[in-house]
Ligand binder design. Structure first.
Ligand SMILES: *[C@@H]1O[C@H](CO)[C@@H](O)[C@H](O)[C@H]1NC(C)=O
Length: 459
């Protein structure tokens, strides 16, 4: 793969983009922001101790618009920590960074002093190999990160203010709209990351570099690194991860495409854009969520006789992440569902592809549970990826032993019927043909059984 780079059209296009966004009618926010810096003095920064102060950022998209005046600065903010930030890309004017006044939820924001410096990373070093006039770098530099409501957008900026002033210009801005991405297993995933460079900065002429890193619980690796100046991809061990180079050079779209989502892809991804001496990064979460496949064993269920205990097992497999909840339900002939509890849950096992499986055993005592003639037994799995169900049909042959009330009622009904038949056969002795049959069976035990059964069926 060899892409011929001509940076001039790239930045010319970005200029066009800028003209479009300058016409943006959106209102830009006034944001409270934590100003965080290393504690000066003792420890010399080695302790990692930081101070945190409230600051206020007035955002605008062009220098002409006036921000002072109508807005009063809150009294708990030091006037020295009030800044005006000009962001021609208008990324900081995204609606989720500007909630209506009085909203309880607030966008998150942090601003830090930033020290421009060359990078020695393989895929970045080329950007600073020709010594650049450092005069431009002599200014106050800040790195800021913003997170919109509901994680709709993440923005990181590098801004520059002439030394001692409070008016910043955004020089590099990088955004992501997939701050919290989810994907099913096996699907292609796009992790969004786009950047914007102030076309008037002398740094824009020297190219850029892109780096994607993966991080989770102490495990980190380089996913992809690309030197945009030399058009060179660094060697990584990652397979199935791509950049769209055309979109990258034409529109600053550095989104990472993962060909096929796997469980091991879950974690934090950091997109870093390098300009000579500058870098900005935005971190996002990817979670691979796959609901379980369910099966019930044995299926179909054997016919059960009253009093028999059936051992059922519900196997949930191929899901990620943990946890999973399994439970059982029974739906009788009357159409009513009721819970049979969660059964005995097994521990979970992990397969080679990182997915989990887990099962639940149910001892179904057909006499205890008043299951009637049967119905549907369902295993229900509740998982972050959705609820799944699997069912088997339960058939109880014969009838379960009736309760005492039922038996007494049946004896009563049997006696009444017996009396009735006796009476009828006595008064219509002439019609022997009909009643001889009844007389024959009434004298037998099976007659009672017949009555009981009729009772059970028609009750
Ligand atoms: C960047 O490219 C990806 C695909 O490669 C696309 O899904 C995404 O919408 C693009 N982002 C922007 C801001 O155009």
């Amino acid at each position: 793969m060899k892409i011929l780079i001509n940076l001039t059209p790239f930045f010319a296009k970005i200029k066009k983009l800028q003209i479009v966004v300058l016409g943006c009618s959106c209102t830009c926010p006034v944001m409270e922001c934590w100003f965080v810096q290393e504690k000066p003095g003792r420890g010399g920064g080695l302790t990692g101790a930081t101070t945190q102060e409230k600051s206020l950022l007035h955002i605008r998209t062009d220098k002409q618009s006036d921000v002072t005046g109508s807005q009063r600065n809150p009294s708990d903010i030091d006037p020295n920590r009030v800044y005006v930030i000009t962001d021609p890309s208008a990324n900081l004017c995204h609606a989720s960074l500007n909630p209506p006044r009085g909203s309880i939820q607030k966008p998150q924001c942090e601003i830090n002093p930033f020290l421009p410096q060359p990078s020695s990373l393989n895929w970045v070093a080329s950007l600073t190999e020709s010594a650049l006039s450092p005069v431009y770098l002599q200014a106050d530099w800040f790195s800021s990160s913003f997170q919109g409501l509901n994680q709709q957008i993440g923005v990181s900026t590098i801004s520059r203010a002439p030394t001692g002033t409070k008016e910043h210009d955004v020089i590099l801005s990088i955004t992501s709209r997939t701050m919290s991405a989810k994907s099913r297993l096996g699907e292609p995933v796009t992790l969004d990351c786009s950047f914007w460079v102030d076309p008037s900065t002398p740094l824009s002429a020297s190219g850029f570099a892109v780096e994607w890193r993966y991080q989770t619980r102490g495990d980190g690796r380089l996913v992809l690194a690309y030197d945009g100046k030399l058009d060179r991809l660094a060697d990584t061990h990652e397979t199935g991860a791509f950049l769209d180079f055309e979109a990258l050079h034409e529109r600053g779209n550095a989104s990472l495409v993962l060909e096929e989502a796997k469980v091991r892809h879950s974690g934090t991804y950091i997109c870093t854009i390098y300009l000579p001496y500058l870098l900005a990064q935005v971190a996002m979460e990817l979670e691979i969520v796959e609901p379980p496949s369910l099966s019930i064993h044995p299926s179909p269920l054997p016919l059960a006789v009253p009093g028999q205990t059936l051992n059922l097992q519900c196997e949930a497999s191929g899901f990620a992440p943990l946890p999973l909840e399994l439970s059982w339900e029974f739906k009788g002939a009357d159409g009513k569902s009721r819970s049979l509890g969660s059964g005995r849950m097994s521990g979970h096992r992990q397969a080679w592809d990182g997915t989990f499986s887990q099962s639940s055993r149910l001892d179904l005592d057909t006499s205890k549970l008043d299951l009637g003639r049967g119905g549907e037994v369902t295993c229900v799995a509740v998982h972050a990826g959705g609820t799944r169900r699997a069912s088997v049909t339960l058939n109880v042959i014969g009838f379960s032993s009736p309760s005492i009330e039922d038996s007494m009622a049946m004896v009563g009904v049997a006696l009444v019927l017996y009396g009735l038949i006796k009476f009828v056969s006595w008064s219509f002795t002439g019609r022997k043909t009909v009643f001889s049959y009844l007389n024959k069976i009434k004298s037998r035990f099976s007659f009672y059984l017949f009555l009981i059964q009729s009772f059970r069926i028609f009750w």
